[in-house]
Design a binder for this molecule. Structure first.
Ligand SMILES: *[C@@H]1O[C@H](CO)[C@@H](O)[C@H](O)[C@H]1NC(C)=O
Ligand SMILES: *[C@@H]1O[C@H](CO)[C@@H](O)[C@H](O)[C@H]1NC(C)=O
Ligand SMILES: *[C@@H]1O[C@H](CO)[C@@H](O)[C@H](O)[C@H]1NC(C)=O
Length: 410
């Protein structure tokens, strides 16, 4: 990792030196870039896999001209950093759900990333004057829980705009992901750098510093339902991902969506899909760009709010007012424990408090659950370790050690 970053800075330094050289030598800068356009010249629907990308960077290094920009694999390696290649990872959690906060902090630390808490909001505390204009509510009056959920996400968007971040990943506090999440996102980054669905070519800035590009407002990675645009099912980039869940671990809604986009049969369980977001809902995991945070605050606060935050996001996507991509199956998924703890809403008296609990919890659409893996990774049998490693000088041990080795039986 450190070496990778070092390489990256070295590239930047080389690039700077080269650019100065170019200017001094009175070449035009645009001319200097034309030889290195491999990031935006790609076959339709084709994209570099990790092997090819590594080779692309190697051949770039070996060419006569000094490297001008990080290669696709250098950019993809940013997905291995502590914010998964986004500016930050924000998670929304009600202040009193310290159980879920402990779980998120623990699981993220085991997977090698860091989270920043955005406080969940009790909708009853939001002033009626602060609720956006909603003369065209589509689903009836907003419930206090829906107002609170909207407010917390709007606060996350504001946090993004107040910071210097270019992107942020926003997740909720009851989720699971693959233990190889860095690899999953690094593979996604390679795809997004050779994204055949873009409407505009990547800028120089995107090609040097944006592992997922910046041509989107929202990038859905934790939707609980989704569907592709019924008339634009040609818009899809399917790619091999060794960390995709099997058919049996994938929910029907995503199988159906993949099928509508042409991925079926033996490809299920091998391919992940990138497609323009049209019908996702749930806000368990989505990234925003700064432009995205601006558009969300505009359409889901300043102008109006027509329903629950995830539904209105979807309506805006369908109307083409915000632009996004969906990743299918989504890399982030709900972690369920059963009983009342699965919801922040008012307790339902007929449900037990604890359900199955984390020890009996489950998630779907994930090949290697990070939450299951962490329990196994932290498991140990300390006293057995002492025995197995022959530590200590107890009389029994001494006697055993003193025993001559038995000759091997034939
Ligand atoms: C990547 O592409 C190369 C060359 O096209 C191919 O040989 C290899 O199997 C591919 N790897 C994966 C993981 O798809
Ligand atoms: C990548 O480069 C290696 C070493 O030069 C070569 O053996 C391999 O075939 C190349 N792979 C692809 C996919 O081009
Ligand atoms: C991770 O990489 C992204 C993209 O380059 C960057 O914005 C972010 O600051 C990095 N995070 C950390 C913790 O270095």
């Amino acid at each position: 990792m450190a070496t990778k970053l070092w390489h990256f800075y070295f590239f930047i330094a080389l690039s700077a030196a080269f650019i100065i050289g170019v200017i001094v030598g009175s070449y035009s800068l645009s001319e200097a870039f034309t030889d290195h356009e491999y990031l935006c010249t790609h076959d339709e629907g084709q994209s570099l896999n990790s092997t090819e990308a590594v080779n692309a960077s190697t051949s770039d290094l070996a060419s006569d001209a000094p490297a001008l920009e990080p290669s696709p694999s250098d950019l993809a390696s940013m997905a291995w950093n502590e914010s998964l290649g986004f500016g930050e990872i924000l998670y929304v959690s009600m202040p009193d759900r310290t159980d879920r906060q402990d779980a998120m902090n623990l699981a993220a630390s085991m997977s090698g990333f860091k989270l920043r808490l955005i406080n969940g909001i009790d909708g009853a505390t939001v002033s009626t004057k602060a609720i956006p204009d909603n003369d065209d509510l589509r689903w009836g009056q907003l419930k206090p829980s829906e107002v609170g959920c909207w407010r917390a996400h709007a606060n996350a968007w504001r946090y993004v705009l107040d910071s210097d971040m270019e992107t942020a990943l926003i997740v909720e506090d009851d989720i699971d992901w693959d233990k190889n999440i860095h690899q999953v996102l690094s593979d996604l980054s390679l795809q997004m750098q050779s994204n055949s669905l873009r409407t505009v070519s990547p800028t120089d800035h995107e090609r040097t510093s944006a592992p997922y590009g910046l041509d989107w407002d929202v990038l859905f990675m934790g939707q609980c339902y989704d569907e592709a645009h019924p008339k634009r099912q040609d818009l899809v980039q399917a790619y091999d991902d060794p960390n995709v869940p099997s058919r049996k671990d994938t929910e029907d809604v995503f199988l159906k969506q993949m099928e509508s986009l042409g991925v079926k049969g033996n490809d299920v369980g091998k391919k992940r899909l990138l497609s323009p977001a049209y019908g996702p809902f749930c806000t368990m995991g989505y990234a925003v760009t700064r432009r995205g945070a601006q558009r969300l605050l505009l359409h889901l606060s300043y102008l109006r709010l027509r329903g629950p935050v995830d539904m209105d996001m979807m309506w805006n996507l369908q109307e083409g007012k915000i632009r996004g991509y969906s990743v299918t199956p989504p890399p982030f998924s709900a972690w369920r424990v059963g009983g009342q703890k699965d919801s922040d809403n008012k307790p339902a008296p007929n449900l037990p408090l604890s359900g199955k609990g984390n020890r009996g919890g489950w998630s779907r659409n994930i090949k290697n659950s990070a939450r299951v893996a962490m329990v196994n990774e932290l498991a140990m049998d300390n006293w057995k370790d002492y025995t197995n490693n022959n530590k200590g000088a107890g009389p029994a041990k001494q006697a055993e050690k003193g025993k001559p080795e038995e000759p091997k039986s034939q």
